[in-house]
Design a protein around this ligand. Structure first.
Ligand SMILES: C[S@@+](CC[C@H](N)C(=O)[O-])C[C@H]1O[C@@H](n2cnc3c(N)ncnc32)[C@H](O)[C@@H]1O
Length: 443
């Protein structure tokens, strides 16, 4: 018996399968070399230094199998190598009960998404096969180009088969709701259920993926902002969506006014505030951001938010202190919060066109004017630019903001590259301190 095998572990190819997935087609028998060991010594043999190089280590397939010819023996599959090394042969002679052939049965479950696609798609579609997808809760979303559309159901089923926690696969269509920015999508496999629970920044977010905006790729950006806020800060999230900035910021202790014009976003925002126990820190609104910007200043003045009392004491610490007779610390109540520290505007397509709404916001009343003297808020405004080079992008964004604001930016201006959205489309966040002249402008 030859002791060498060159194994072809690829799936059987069938380019005539068409657009219906035939899972049963993927069966393959491969004959490999195996060594027969008494059941009681197979564990030691598998770990033996001499055999290490010769045991056939295949993904998803244990290398030790029952011996079909003897209940007292086990088979160890051997050898990916051209030759079993001499030391291994010596070990086998001393300890095994001989070599045999073993028929390894491979099936549909053995191969991954890409391997199966490469075996069934027409040759000309193999190179760009759509193996990547994003997932939000139980939904996988793909963005299939036209040539793969005939295979959309097959691709969807494959994604579900190979990712057991996913239940639904949609193909994103190239239509975005003009105002509320959610995608049109088509179900290509699995359950017709689009209400997801998605986890981000240690919070759970529930929302209907077909009716509100959500982008898991913004996770890092959400986190960057949340980490930058101090727990004492007051945030006005002008276009809050279902709360990926607002809810985690509230959980940190920030006071947040969270607004979104889409009634569906507002509904899920309310749900997410409650579900994450952030009611004391986050207030939801459903208004046009343009009017909400000046109104938020007045809202806070009329009805300030509770002051930040420091990090909550854990239940375990409370119990320990009680057991040791340590009295609860009696900290004086922190002063109520009535001054906005940060405005957040994540509507990159058009947020810059809203910045004129900041003109005169602190000139609304003498009380407001005094409250903010020396404490002008920061504005963080997301936008797109066609400029790929950072300096050119910054110049372009600054010029557009200043044009709409009606004045020059003065202090604390910075630009953060968020991501490349498409060729010639970069997403940035410009942060700037609201200029005094703008905030106190008489209009
Ligand atoms: C790009 S999404 C961002 C949502 C959220 N901040 C996030 O990071 O996931 C923009 C949001 O702006 C909301 N929106 C669009 N026009 C608006 C307006 N005029 N006023 C307030 N919100 C608006 C949309 O409904 C959408 O939820």
């Amino acid at each position: 018996m030859a002791s060498t095998f060159s194994l072809d572990l690829s799936p059987p190819v069938n380019r005539q399968m068409g657009t219906t997935l035939d899972r049963d087609y993927f069966r393959k028998t491969i004959t490999v070399l195996a060594a027969r060991f008494p059941a009681k010594s197979v564990g030691a043999a598998k770990l033996a230094d001499e055999l290490k190089q010769s045991v056939l280590d295949l993904p998803k397939i244990p290398s030790v199998k029952p011996d079909p010819t003897s209940a007292d023996c086990r088979l160890i599959r051997l050898c990916k190598e051209e030759h079993i090394p001499e030391a291994a042969m010596g070990y086998l002679k001393r300890h095994s009960e001989g070599l045999t052939e073993y028929n390894l049965q491979l099936g549909y479950d053995h191969w991954n998404l890409d391997e199966i696609l490469q075996a069934i798609l027409p040759e000309e579609l193999c190179a760009g096969a759509p193996v990547g997808f994003s997932s939000t809760g139980h939904i996988a979303h793909v963005n299939l180009s036209d040539e793969y559309l005939p295979y959309k159901h097959l691709i969807g089923e494959l994604i579900l088969d190979k990712n057991r926690r996913l239940k639904t696969v949609v193909n994103k269509l190239n239509q975005i709701h003009d105002q509320f920015r959610f995608f049109a999508m088509e179900l290509i496999a699995g359950e017709d259920n689009y209400v997801v629970e998605h986890h981000e920044s240690d919070c759970a977010f529930t929302f209907d993926f077909t009716r509100v905006y959500w982008n898991s790729r913004l996770h890092t950006e959400h986190k960057r902002m949340i980490d930058m806020f101090k727990p004492e800060d007051v945030i006005v999230d002008v276009m809050a969506g279902v709360g990926p900035f607002a809810v985690p910021a509230g959980r940190r202790g920030c006071a947040v006014l969270a607004n979104d014009l889409n009634p569906e976003s507002h509904k899920y925002l309310q749900h997410n505030i409650t579900a994450n126990k952030a009611e004391a820190f986050v207030r939801p609104f459903c208004e046009d951001g343009r009017t909400f910007i000046p109104r938020s200043i007045q809202l806070l003045m009329d009805d300030p938010m509770a002051g930040y009392q420091g990090p909550p004491i854990s239940k375990a610490r409370e119990r320990r202190d009680r057991e040791r007779g340590i009295a609860k610390p009696s900290t004086p109540p922190a002063p109520p919060r009535k001054r906005v520290s940060h405005f957040l505007m994540n509507l990159p397509d058009s947020a810059i066109t809203f910045v004129d709404a900041y003109r005169g916001i602190l000139a609304q009343s003498g009380e407001i004017g005094e409250e903010y003297e020396g404490h002008l808020p920061m504005v963080h405004c997301y936008c797109f630019t066609r400029e790929a080079e950072p300096d050119a992008a910054a110049a372009d964004i600054r010029q557009r903001v200043e044009e709409v604001l009606g004045d020059k930016l003065e202090e604390d201006v910075s630009f953060h590259h968020v991501r490349a959205v498409a060729p010639n489309k970069e997403m940035y966040c410009i942060s700037f301190r609201l200029p005094h002249k703008v905030a106190y402008a008489r209009i």
